[in-house]
Design a protein around this ligand. Structure first.
Ligand SMILES: CC(C)(COP(=O)(O)OP(=O)(O)OC[C@H]1O[C@@H](n2cnc3c(N)ncnc32)[C@H](O)[C@@H]1OP(=O)(O)O)[C@@H](O)C(=O)NCCC(=O)NCCS
Length: 330
């Protein structure tokens, strides 16, 4: 292991399906209103897959775009990690389909299930492989087809989620001013039932009864998740800044998990962190779990809000419970 090698993000890409589901569309599906959803979450619309798209197809396209941005031929990838809680199939992992469709064999490929923290967990794992000298070209994908696991009769959860994928290519750098400066990862499994999908796994295999009881859909304790998210968003922002001795002036952009505008505003207000330096696209994308941060990162880069030399804080929290943060210099 070479202590002076860091992992750097050298290419970003994302893909969202074309179909838009607006709050007005939801008004026709459940007892809700555009006003309630906007006030409570900040979401106005979200993207939803059509028949043609799925976790692997969206992940492949995001991965292809990230490789193109990095100038890396997918055939030269050493590792593909797909962060997802809505996998293409339970077996094999989504990363294997993505590897096949990118023409990246025999790159190592596996899935990582850490929900909304999954992309940051994936970045951390890939970074360690790069720092150890084992791999040079790593692709980390966050891809989710949450709307296929959404209970469209449950107004408290169906308003939140959207589909999409984002990806980043990581490579080694010896430049101390580039790459991962800090990363933190935690989990607390005692909160397993805050957000979960009860059936379809080994504990409760699929049966007529599980389908009738709608147990294959995501269940959520909304208010408990809200409290957890507020606390963790604030803690992660403070922790990342303290760990790298950063003031808000020295941060170019915070890219948080797009969970709820009230959660983002509350955490930044409590820490006196300027909201203008926080990337928000929840109004257009909803919550896309593991895809949320890489989609936002890619959009921020394409909009010119970040570029080479930018210091970016990434902050995520979600089912598990899991939470993770990173400080990255592009
Ligand atoms: C889900 C969430 C938006 C609900 O907002 P909230 O302010 O906590 O609202 P509550 O759950 O307290 O519900 C308030 C009322 O609105 C109602 N309500 C719930 N969903 C509604 C909807 N879509 N439209 C209208 N009313 C709704 C509730 O039934 C409740 O009515 P009651 O007071 O008569 O019982 C919020 O808790 C949240 O964002 N939680 C985090 C969820 C999340 O992001 N999960 C993924 C994490 S990674």
């Amino acid at each position: 292991m070479s202590a002076d090698v860091r992992a750097a993000i050298v290419g970003l890409g994302s893909y969202v399906p074309q179909k838009v589901l607006t709050n007005q569309d939801l008004e026709r599906m459940v007892d809700t209103s555009d006003e309630w959803i906007t006030q409570r979450t900040g979401i106005k619309e979200r993207r939803v897959v059509s028949e043609a798209d799925s976790t692997a197809s969206m992940g492949t396209e995001a991965g292809r775009r990230a490789c193109a941005a990095a100038g890396v031929d997918p055939a030269d990838l050493d590792l593909i990690i797909c962060a997802t809680i809505t996998p293409e199939t339970l077996c094999p992992g989504s990363a294997c389909y993505i590897q096949r469709d990118l023409g990246a064999a025999p790159a190592a490929a596996f899935d990582l299930a850490a929900a909304c923290s999954g992309f940051l967990y994936g970045l951390a794992v890939a970074a360690r492989f790069i720092e150890s000298g084992q791999f040079k070209n790593c692709l980390v994908v966050g891809s989710e087809t949450l709307t296929r696991f959404t209970d469209w009769t449950d107004r408290s959860s169906c308003i939140l989620f959207g589909d999409g994928a984002g990806a980043a290519v990581l490579q080694p750098t010896r430049d101390p001013n580039r790459g991962f400066q800090y990363c933190v990862m935690h989990a607390d499994g005692s909160g397993w039932d805050y957000i979960w999908i009860p059936a379809g796994g080994a504990r409760m295999p699929a049966s007529t009864e599980t389908i009738e009881r709608r147990m294959h859909f995501l269940k959520m304790r909304g208010r408990d998740v809200y409290k957890f998210a507020i606390e963790k968003m604030q803690w992660l922002l403070a922790d990342c800044m303290a760990a790298c001795d950063l003031t808000p002036d020295a941060v170019d952009l915070v890219v948080p998990h797009q969970v709820n505008i009230r959660i983002i505003k509350s955490a930044t207000r409590k820490l006196n962190f300027p909201l203008e330096k926080v990337y928000v696209n929840i109004d257009k994308r909803g919550n896309t779990s593991a895809a949320s941060i890489p989609i936002a990162l890619d959009e921020a880069a394409r909009a010119g809000r970040i570029g080479p030399g930018s210091t970016v804080l990434l902050i995520a929290f979600g089912a598990g419970l899991t939470w993770s943060g990173a400080v990255v210099r592009l």
